[in-house]
Design a binder for this molecule. Structure first.
Ligand code: PRX
Length: 650
């Protein structure tokens, strides 16, 4: 491998290893073909990666922009593409999922077994009245059943709305109500850090708040924890599947049939239900999985550590890998149970060849030390992936040296819940890699860095990332809110998609992501909105006003820091901060709990009443505060800064 050493300003590039390049799935011709005829290129990918029950007549209909229709007239069944066709091609005995529970229990599920389970689950859901166009909420941890549940919905043409198991009953409730889900699929509980957890009580609490659309709750038995039971509503998953026929005839649906809704944080308090449809989404997730991870089903063992509750789990645990007929690892628990080498023991045990994870996990492993990966033989690894936030060059280098033995390509993949699939990433074996940069739009994708006025910027200048052409896996809207879809993504730079990220190109034209330019935080690769946490805080009876900022954090990328003003008559007590943190946990979920909360007398505001988060971020990151001349009362910041140093150690 040739490494071009350079000064600290010029990043080091790593040219593709000739041996790797010689056998790589992707070749430079992909870029050429896509550049010559973008829509023709997508048509080719659509026919290569997806089996259509009825071929499409038109690649893209953009006449209703920004509402796109891809592969117009085409019909497919997504679940058939992910399961049945591999069985029909004679690969029924290939392992689809190596499941590893946190306590160490395992299950090996072949494609033939997955086929039977998905058919049974589809029949069981149909028996509960679920049909094409309905919505099903899925509130499950990482289990085989989570994958089966999602595929069973897809098979029926029903949209799933997976809610991350770490979200609270309140957050689950608002998502169930917004999507008007007919059925909720959950489990008794799971395991986390060696202890049993519970999930069903959150579903019970969510439904107790009122969710008239829900007729049934399907309950997977995972850890045997006792559950309350509502007769007539609750049904055991295993009983329903046993009673169901193992054969389900799948129907083909239009390419634009809704496949799922996934809620994500935006700049306002209410999470957005991002809508994805079938054909285009499956084409792009399958195409990217194959080319970006350089996978061949007969050779690779793939492992994406993301939870199915996030978009990465949708696109790169369920749809992309299964459409490719891959063998993959699904792990239920945390990386440090029973010890900090758990992930590496799994890589060794299953001979994982492709690992896809988030920078925050890599930085945590760096902190734990090299001795944990060193306990295991990681020589099976061929490609390492990163997603969710910037991977700083230090973490990139550690990942490559310690996990990849200085040998494996690293693909840093930029994309979003809204984009549905990877958009900016190097192609292993083709692109010379550059630590810390997501580098180049994938073949078929068009991105630009523009200034405030929407003009493309020269190399070296920081601006906004926009996507200039529609792409197959693009969101088709925000569930129930057309206007918000237009305003959020298409109004800032008319005709182009505004990603909400800052970016710049370096002198080679490679793209570097610079973080969000809106009020969205990225904590451990999870998107959280400042507004959502602020509204959770002000919903507490003691709180009059709240301001939340994301402060840089060595491990989690950003951390939530909150400043609150208590209501008149409420004094700060010894438990105030703990109570407020718990309140946020209850309203949204433990992931949203602020790292620190500071009770203040005033918040810094401009004369027009806008909170100056920039100054609060300075305080949260222990920097001298910037320009305060536009504040109504400039002494406010002195008080906050003093208060922060007094309570430091956040
Ligand atoms: O800010 C970008 C960051 O994560 C945001 C999207 O978050 P979410 O919808 O939760 O999806 C995360 C998994 C795809 C983006 O707007 N982001 C994602 N990947 C990267 C990234 N930032 C820098 N580099 C990346 N590779």
């Amino acid at each position: 491998m040739t490494t071009q050493e350079s000064s600290s300003e010029t990043p080091v590039t790593v040219a593709p290893d000739p041996a790797f390049a010689a056998q790589a799935v992707a070749g430079p011709d992909l870029y050429e073909r896509a550049a010559a005829d973008r829509l023709g290129f997508w048509a080719e990918q659509a026919r290569e990666h997806v089996t259509w029950a009825k071929d499409f007549e038109e690649v893209l209909d953009w006449s209703g922009a920004p509402f796109a229709k891809w592969f117009v007239g085409g019909e497919l069944n997504v679940a058939v593409n992910c399961v049945d066709r591999h069985v029909e091609a004679g690969h029924g005995e290939r392992v689809a999922l190596h499941f590893e529970g946190e306590p160490g229990d395992t299950a090996t599920v072949t494609y033939a077994q997955l086929h039977e389970q998905v058919q049974r689950a589809a029949n069981a859901l149909a028996a509960l009245g679920v049909g094409a166009g309905d919505r099903v909420a899925v509130y499950l941890p990482m289990l085989v059943e989570s994958v089966v549940a999602m595929l069973a919905c897809a098979r029926l043409g029903a949209a799933h709305s997976v809610v991350f198991g770490g979200f609270s009953a309140d957050a689950l409730h608002s998502r169930i109500v917004d999507a008007e889900a007919k059925v909720v699929i959950t489990c008794d509980g799971s395991y986390r850090r060696g202890k049993p957890t519970t999930l069903k009580p959150a579903v019970d609490a969510a439904l107790a708040k009122g969710a008239p659309s829900v007729t049934n709750v399907l309950v997977v038995r995972r850890n045997g924890e006792a559950v309350d039971w509502t007769e007539g509503r609750d049904v055991w998953w295993h009983e329903a599947l046993e009673a169901a026929s193992p054969v389900h005839e799948a129907q083909a649906f239009d390419a634009e049939q809704p496949l799922f809704i996934l809620y994500t944080s935006g700049t306002t308090g209410k999470p957005k239900g991002i809508l994805h449809t079938s054909g285009g989404y499956l084409v792009q997730t399958a195409y990217t999985t194959r080319n970006v991870f350089d996978v061949r089903p007969e050779r690779d063992v793939y492992w994406c550590t993301a939870d199915v509750g996030w978009v990465t789990g949708h696109s790169y645990v369920v749809y992309g890998p299964l459409a490719n007929g891959l063998t993959q690892v699904v792990y239920e628990g945390t990386p440090d149970t029973p010890d900090k080498d758990r992930w590496w023991s799994l890589v060794e045990k299953y001979g994982v060849t492709v690992l896809y994870t988030a920078p925050t996990a890599i930085r945590t492993c760096m902190k734990w030390g090299e001795e944990f990966p060193a306990r295991h033989d990681l020589s099976s690894l061929r490609v390492l992936g990163s997603v969710g936030e910037n991977i700083n060059p230090e973490a990139w280098n550690w990942y490559r040296r310690v996990i990849g033995a200085g040998r494996t390509p690293i693909v840093d993949t930029w994309w979003q819940t809204e984009t549905g699939a990877q958009m900016i990433a190097p192609l292993p074996g083709v692109t010379a890699l550059k630590a810390g940069s997501a580098q180049v739009p994938l073949p078929g994708i068009a991105a630009e860095v523009v200034d405030d006025a929407g003009e493309p910027l020269g190399h070296g200048q920081a601006g906004y990332l926009v996507l200039t052409e529609p792409w197959p896996a693009m969101l088709r809207g925000i569930w129930g809110d057309e206007q918000r879809f237009k305003d959020t993504y298409w109004a800032r730079f008319p005709g182009r998609y505004f990603a909400g990220d800052g970016a710049k190109r370096d002198e080679d034209g490679d793209i570097w992501l610079l973080g969000r330019v809106d009020d969205v935080m990225n904590v451990s690769g999870h998107r959280l909105s400042t507004a959502e946490i602020e509204s959770a805080l002000v919903s507490h009876p003691d709180v009059a006003e709240a301001a939340v900022v994301g402060a840089t954090d060595e491990t989690t990328g950003q951390a939530v820091v909150a400043f609150v003003i208590l209501r008149g008559g409420h004094e700060q007590g010894p438990d105030t901060v703990a109570q407020l943190r718990d309140h946020v946990g209850k309203e949204i979920g433990p992931i949203a709990k602020p790292r620190s909360i500071m009770v203040v007398a005033e918040l810094p505001k401009t004369r027009s009443g806008k909170i100056m988060r920039r100054l609060l971020r300075d305080v949260a990151e222990h920097r001298p505060t910037g320009d305060v001349t536009t504040l109504t009362d400039s002494t406010v910041m002195d008080a906050i800064t003093q208060g922060m140093s007094a309570t430091s150690g956040d």
